[in-house]
Design a protein around this ligand. Structure first.
Ligand code: ASP
Ligand code: MG
Length: 605
């Protein structure tokens, strides 16, 4: 007999009929010989309505009272679903988060789960009951026993945490879409269902997938090896399997990582090639990486920051043994990229063999401002100068002098409380990459970002730390950070530009903070552009398939779309483009990777 945890979202329990339909589905699962724990969200838009109600009384309701209020939504749906199950003749019992013993931090409105007491559930399962648990809520430890909530969308997290604690055979998330799609179907009508995706990919696609699956749920699934699927509540399809690495035995205490960072990774086997001052026009990156890809040279990090005047710098890394060939390709193509082929000041090629890449990774950094700043200040305190920075949703990578690498790792492990040895994504066991994983699994567009840049930041330890600390102190979450290759001498001091993206709503505030600080820090102008969009592709298969970046850049160039910035992680490539071109960029990239059009997906209204 298998133990299955099923989670039904708000729309799936939005009406009496739907609750009854859920009860039928639970009955089928029980009749097939399984024990079932069901987790439900509040009915339909209940949580939103409760928030509105509170806002009519107070513009700043206390977080404690909000938790008290919002947790009632789920209490309605668990009792009704239990009644529906009992009507079908199934013994069922509803339990709140507190009754189950989902113990959380005492942080209202965004509590993390510390541990889950399983005795009471085990007793009920033994007795043959279906247990219906209120998602999204928990209780703080004695003596306070405060009702807490896990943050919006948190019932996915409740479900996966219960599956981990009960060592369930699998966890099924039922929702109103057929599973995880290759792109947002409202923007890309021929988006397809992904049969499977790894947890690492899912986390990098957080901006695409967060509405379907809470990132914290993905993190728990990955850490505990929970067998997880996202499926439609309306049709009987297998949906999307979310693949975890092989389960490692891990304590069920501190179930949700309280640490924002769960790995420090490094790579000293790479070298950097940079092209300085290449013209800022569509097709340049496509041409360069097209040639590199032709030679089957595998590129890891690619960084292009904002342009200066009308030129860009593009830097990338390759493994040492590919350096000579990569450099030759870059040298050969440079004249073709120039406006004046004979001008060696344009598209100048430089290489650096003595670099190391050091990264911090972890889903916990999503929505927690200050993690990147903490990395930068840790490095600064150790006197380590950061050369380039590239970030993704769940990773911050810095290049530095190889001499500094050991020191950087040691001090980062200390700061982020990691005593485990650094893990590596290209270790197949840890990455859960199926052998035939496609180079690109899905594409995402983020139109809510604005771009800020600070010109001429002195190139010395501590500058990035200061800048991002200022923002973090005001709770401004930075999305993608890029520090480019370009060095410029300003009044005898070497400087670099630092660019990053933030939510549009926070852009003005961020700009003001930085403008106030720039003169004191000795930095140049602060430039804001709100008319941008970020288009990304994600796939674990890109680690060992050359030419992925080239294909993406080519797809954009074919549409005459100029790439303003590039940042990458091992499994993600993101480009900033003009906002007006965002949707076209997404569609062209999506089709370039053959993600479209095999089967028409039906998205119920
Ligand atoms: N009801 C909560 C919300 O709307 C939790 C959830 O649905 O996952 O955010
Ligand atoms: Mg949800």
């Amino acid at each position: 007999m298998a133990l299955i945890v099923q989670k039904y979202g708000g729309t799936s329990v939005g009406t009496v009929e739907r609750i009854q339909a859920v009860a039928q589905r639970v009955r089928q699962t029980v009749e097939a010989g399984n024990s079932v724990v069901v987790v439900v969200s509040a009915m339909g838009k209940t949580t939103d309505s409760l928030v509105q109600l509170a806002n009519q009384i107070s513009s700043r309701p206390s977080r404690r009272e909000m938790d008290m209020l919002l947790s009632t939504g789920e209490q309605v749906s668990i009792s009704l679903l239990s009644m529906a199950l009992q009507e079908l003749g199934l013994p069922a019992i509803s339990l709140t988060g507190a009754q189950v013993g989902i113990v959380t931090e005492a942080e209202h409105a965004r509590a993390r789960i510390l541990h889950i007491k399983t005795e009471r559930m085990e007793r009920h399962l033994q007795a043959g009951n279906v247990i219906v648990v209120a998602g999204f809520q928990g209780v703080s430890s004695a003596p306070d026993l405060e009702i807490t909530t896990l943050g919006r969308g948190g019932s996915d997290t409740s479900a996966v945490a219960l599956a981990a604690a009960l060592q369930a055979d699998r966890c099924e998330i039922y929702t109103d879409v057929p599973g995880i799609l290759t792109a947002d179907p409202r923007l890309v009508p021929d988006a397809q269902l992904m049969p499977e995706i790894t947890c690492d990919e899912m986390l990098e696609l957080a901006s695409l997938g967060a509405k379907v699956l809470h990132p914290r749920a993905v993190e728990i699934a990955r850490n505990y090896g929970v067998l997880l699927a996202v499926r439609s509540s309306w049709v009987d399809n297998p949906g999307t399997q979310v693949l975890s690495p092989l389960p490692q035995s891990r304590s069920l205490e501190d179930l949700e990582l309280v640490h924002p960072v769960d790995a420090v990774e490094f790579d000293t086997a790479q070298a950097k090639v940079a092209l300085l001052r290449v013209p800022d026009r569509p097709g340049v990156a496509a041409r360069l990486f097209g040639e590199i890809g032709q030679q089957a040279l595998n590129v890891d990090l690619i960084i292009q920051s904002i342009h200066e005047g009308n030129t860009n710098d593009i830097a990338f890394t390759v493994i040492h043994r590919h350096l000579t060939r990569a450099e030759a390709v870059a040298d050969a193509i440079a004249p073709a990229l120039r406006n004046h082929p004979a001008d060696p000041n344009e598209a100048e090629v430089i290489v650096d063999r003595h670099m190391a890449k050091v990264s911090i990774a972890g889903a916990g950094m999503i929505g927690r401002p200050g993690v990147a700043a903490q990395m930068f200040s840790t490095l600064a305190e150790a006197g380590v100068n950061i050369q380039m920075i590239s970030t993704s949703e769940v990773k911050v990578s810095c290049t530095l002098d190889v001499e500094d690498c050991d020191r950087a790792i040691a001090i980062l492990c200390q700061t982020f409380n990691l005593n485990s040895s650094p893990i590596r994504l290209d270790n197949p066991e840890q990455a859960a990459a199926p052998k035939d994983a496609p180079a690109v699994r899905g594409a995402a567009l983020d139109r809510n970002q604005a771009r800020l840049a600070i010109r001429h930041v002195p190139d010395r330890p501590g500058m990035a730390a200061k800048i991002f600390r200022l923002l973090a102190d005001q709770s401004i979450s930075v999305d993608m950070i890029i520090q480019s290759q370009r060095c410029r001498l300003v009044a005898g001091i070497t400087t670099r530009d630092i660019a990053f993206t933030v939510a549009q709503a926070e852009a003005e505030a961020a700009k003001e903070i930085l403008e106030a600080a720039a003169p004191k820090l000795g930095c140049g102008k602060v430039v804001l552009d709100t008319e941008i969009a970020k288009v990304s592709v994600v796939g674990i298969g890109m680690i060992d398939s050359p030419g992925v970046a080239a294909k993406m850049f080519r797809a954009l160039a074919d549409q005459r779309i100029n790439i303003q910035m590039i940042a990458t992680s091992e499994i993600k490539i993101s480009c900033v483009v003009a906002e007006t071109e965002g949707v076209k960029a997404l569609q062209s990239v999506h089709s370039a990777f053959g993600l479209a059009g095999r089967r028409q997906i039906e998205i119920p209204a």
